[in-house]
Write a protein that binds this ligand. Structure first.
Ligand code: HEC
Length: 156
């Protein structure tokens, strides 16, 4: 009984999201590039989705990052920097890794919101950075991955 009451707001949020998804206009063939959702709305989405994100699913999605990044303490610098503890730090602060000037000058601090935008399109967030990655389209996938990174970079 209590549990059902606790779940109610979560369900309401899920329904609200489903409703939002349903509101998107049917895609018409057009020469215009698809319009991006407003940044604010997106930040809200990721915060909401994170509350119910699945880090175990995120662990499987991390396969897309593993070729270039280690997550363990003092893990090797591969093509990309070691990501241990990167959340809440300024971009470009893993010791011993040679970052691009673009990322060093970006002024970004890594939060779920900035990481979400970065994973969606690193080249748009920091033009000229050297992470060659097409981006993850689905907000749900990014939320699950962020939940996994939050867990994994804090472990051991
Ligand atoms: C092809 C290799 C490659 C892949 C795949 C890749 N990255 Fe990167 N990543 C890089 C490189 C190179 C940089 C350094 C960028 C720079 O200095 O401009 C970087 C930087 C980063 C940073 C900034 C770290 C810091 O210390 O500021 C984050 C966060 C990050 N990557 C997350 C991810 C995530 C999450 C994925 C998977 C969804 C991923 N990367 C996939 C190569 C990669």
């Amino acid at each position: 009984m209590n549990r059902a009451i606790q779940l109610a707001p979560v369900l309401a949020a899920a329904l609200a999201l489903a409703a939002c998804a349903g509101e998107q206009p049917a895609s018409e063939p057009s020469a215009e590039a698809t319009t991006e959702p407003a940044a604010a709305a997106q930040a809200e989405d990721i915060a909401t989705l994170l509350a119910s994100a699945n880090p175990d699913r995120g662990r499987r999605l991390y396969i897309q990052c593993r070729a270039c990044h280690t997550l363990i303490a003092e893990g090797n610098q591969l093509l990309g920097p070691n990501l241990r503890g990167f959340l809440d730090r300024p971009a470009g602060s893993a010791p011993g890794y040679e970052y691009s000037e673009a990322l060093l000058a970006s002024g970004i601090a890594w939060t779920p919101e900035t990481l979400d935008a970065w994973m969606q399109s690193p080249s748009e967030v920091v033009p000229g950075n050297k992470m060659i990655f097409a981006g993850i389209r689905k907000t749900r996938d990014r939320a699950d991955l962020i939940a996994y990174l939050q867990r994994a970079t804090a472990e051991n």
